[in-house]
Each structure stands twice: as structure tokens, then as C-alpha cells.
Design a protein around this ligand. Structure first.
Ligand SMILES: C[C@](O)(CO)[C@H](O)COP(=O)(O)OP(=O)(O)OC[C@H]1O[C@@H](n2ccc(N)nc2=O)[C@H](O)[C@@H]1O
Ligand SMILES: Nc1ncnc2c1ncn2[C@@H]1O[C@H](COP(=O)(O)OP(=O)(O)OP(=O)(O)O)[C@@H](O)[C@H]1O
Length: 284
């Protein structure tokens, strides 16, 4: 039995995002393309023989019980009736409220890890259904392959994408997803399209105009990126990104960039799943 291991909890990008309607419950129907990055947080998991769930350190401004890691662990414990517990150490580098899915990724990594640590036998479909209760972005991190997504982001069709190098700018502002989705001026009537591979390159993000109007720092970052190519917003922001010819090209741009950011490579298989495959290989 594996009793301790570390897993990556990667960022995602929305390579395009169309909002095609609003549901009765207030959630929006989307069409988006998700790709993972080889950049993100790391979580260390250690098995406990009591039922306690410990997480450290706490995140500034997020009460312990509201942390999606703690919520995910408690949810799985309750659903499975498992009597074991876990110590979790979080190494956070992803900005919060950045549209790169940090909290959702942490929740998904926790569900995937505890399924192994507690020797449970949930399928990915079952874990994704549990995860969806925590957030619309959790299922993509559970499924772990880049995808075309519809519904609220949980109806996933796997998609092979070029594993492009990206420059990601992280403007110094935290954006609430709820704030953007509840804004009266949000475009929420885009005509649904059929998946076209070209969308991964050229697609727009329907949140862009509202986010730029509310957050000038995002507008500034996009303007700067667009000197060099087709800069885009991910999710509801605040992060913006540019596909580059190579890692070196992305690094050269980061070097002259007046904003904070990072360089990463798109991944069609989530780094969490890549690491889990190694853990199960080494333990068999
Ligand atoms: C914008 C995206 O990041 C694109 O990947 C996601 O759709 C957001 O996913 P998320 O952060 O996991 O969102 P949730 O935590 O489920 O929802 C936060 C809030 O955003 C709004 N929301 C979210 C997703 C969605 N498809 N429609 C919505 O209207 C809802 O008001 C909800 O109360
Ligand atoms: N483990 C966690 N990591 C990050 N945020 C968390 C976590 N747990 C709870 N949260 C809360 O969730 C909010 C959204 O965080 P997150 O980093 O997922 O934003 P995001 O990247 O904009 O997400 P998305 O793209 O899914 O909308 C945070 O502002 C914070 O209050």
C-alpha cells in the first residue's frame, strides 16, 4: 500500500470560451477548450490511521473549512464511508482568482490522491461527478486530458492539441468568477458552434470585454501581449496568455515583459495523471 506521495496540481488555460446561454440555476452554458500547463501547485499526501483531515499551510483569506482541498477530502470521506484520514501539505504558486483553475485543480488532485491513498475504487466518471459539486472546473482536472467542453464545462470530449509554449501574464488582481458571470453586460448569447480545431488558435473569450472594463490591469496586459501576437484571456481572468514559437521565445518575451508572469508548456495529459501513472507503476 502507498502511504505517502506528492502530486502536481497544474494550471489550465481556456484557449477560447463562448457563453451560449444561462440556465435556470444561474449557471451558464459554455463552449471552451481546456489545456493543462506543466506549471502549478504541489500537494503532499500522508495516510493517517485516524479519520482526521489536516491541511497546512492555510491560505490567506480562505478559511480552513472553505479550502477546496479540505472540502474535497471531507466529501470523499463522507461519500465512501472511509475511516482513514490524511495530512496534506500545500505548496502554492498559482495566483488565486486568475482564471487558471488553481482551486479546482487542488480539489481534483485531492480527490484523485485520496482515491489511491485510501484504497478506494472510484472511477474517473464518479470522481468527476463528486468534483462537479465543488466547482464547474473540477471535472476537467479529474478527467486529465485536454478537451472540448460544453454544459457548464463538465461535458468533455478529449482533444489532441499542439503542446505549445505559452507566456502567461499574472496581473496583480484577483477576479471573482461569480462577479463576471453575474455582470449585466456579459455576452451570454453566443451562437453555439461545432468543434473546429481552428478554434484552439483563433477563438475568442466572451468574458474579455467585461473583464477589461472592470480591471484595467488586465486590459494593459492584453495590450502589451498583442504587440507580439494573439494574446488571450483565460477563464474569467485575470491571467492572459500568448502562444509562442518555443520556450526560448516565451522566455525572451517574459524577460522584457513589464508585468509578472511565467512560461509553461501546454500538456494534453494532466501532470497529475502523469505522476499518478508512475506511482501505480512503482507500487505494482
Ligand atoms: C470560467 C471557467 O473557469 C471556465 O473554465 C469556469 O466555468 C469557472 O469554473 P469554477 O471556477 O469552478 O466555477 P464555480 O466555482 O462552479 O462557480 C463560480 C460562480 O461562477 C458562475 N458560473 C460558473 C461556471 C459556469 N459555467 N457558469 C456560471 O455562471 C456561477 O455564478 C458560480 O456561482
Ligand atoms: N485550494 C484553493 N486554492 C485556491 N483558491 C481556493 C482554494 N480553496 C478555496 N479557494 C477559493 O477559490 C477562489 C477561486 O480560486 P481559483 O484559484 O480556483 O480561481 P480561478 O483560477 O479564477 O478559478 P477558475 O478558473 O476555476 O474560475 C479563491 O479566491 C479562493 O477564495
Amino acid at each position: 500500500m502507498v502511504t505517502r506521495f506528492s502530486l502536481p496540481s497544474p494550471a489550465k488555460l481556456n484557449l477560447m470560451l463562448r457563453i451560449t446561454g444561462r440556465r435556470q440555476d444561474g449557471y451558464h452554458n459554455l463552449q471552451t477548450i481546456f489545456q493543462f500547463l506543466d506549471y502549478g501547485d504541489t500537494l503532499d499526501f500522508s495516510w493517517r490511521d485516524d479519520s482526521q483531515i489536516h491541511l497546512s499551510p492555510d491560505l490567506t483569506d480562505v478559511p480552513h473549512e472553505d479550502n477546496l482541498i479540505v472540502k474535497a477530502a471531507r466529501m470523499l470521506q463522507q461519500d465512501s464511508g472511509c475511516r482513514f484520514g490524511v495530512d496534506i501539505q500545500l505548496h502554492k504558486i498559482l495566483p488565486m482568482g486568475g482564471g487558471i483553475g488553481g482551486g479546482s485543480s487542488n480539489a481534483a488532485t485531492t480527490l484523485l490522491a485520496l482515491n489511491v491513498l485510501w484504497d478506494l475504487t472510484y472511477s474517473l466518471t464518479e470522481l468527476a461527478a463528486l468534483g462537479l459539486r465543488l466547482g464547474a472546473d473540477v471535472p476537467i482536472f479529474i478527467q486529465g486530458v485536454s478537451a472540448w467542453a460544453e454544459g457548464v464545462g463538465e461535458v468533455l470530449s478529449p482533444l489532441q492539441l499542439p503542446e505549445t509554449a505559452y507566456l502567461v501574464i499574472t496581473p496583480d488582481c484577483k477576479i471573482s468568477t461569480r462577479e463576471i458571470f453575474s455582470h449585466p453586460a456579459l455576452t451570454r448569447d453566443s451562437v453555439p458552434i461545432k468543434l473546429a480545431a481552428s478554434e484552439a488558435q483563433g477563438g475568442r473569450n466572451d468574458c474579455e470585454s467585461v473583464v477589461k472594463a472592470l480591471y484595467p490591469a488586465v486590459d494593459d496586459a492584453l495590450c502589451w501581449l498583442r504587440q507580439y501576437g494573439d494574446g488571450k484571456l483565460t477563464g474569467t481572468g485575470s491571467c492572459v496568455f500568448l502562444a509562442c514559437d518555443s520556450i526560448q521565445h516565451a522566455q525572451t518575451l517574459l524577460h522584457v515583459c513589464p508585468f509578472a508572469g511565467f512560461v509553461a508548456t501546454g500538456q494534453n495529459i494532466s501532470p497529475t495523471h502523469q505522476a499518478l501513472a508512475l506511482i501505480s507503476k512503482n507500487s505494482s
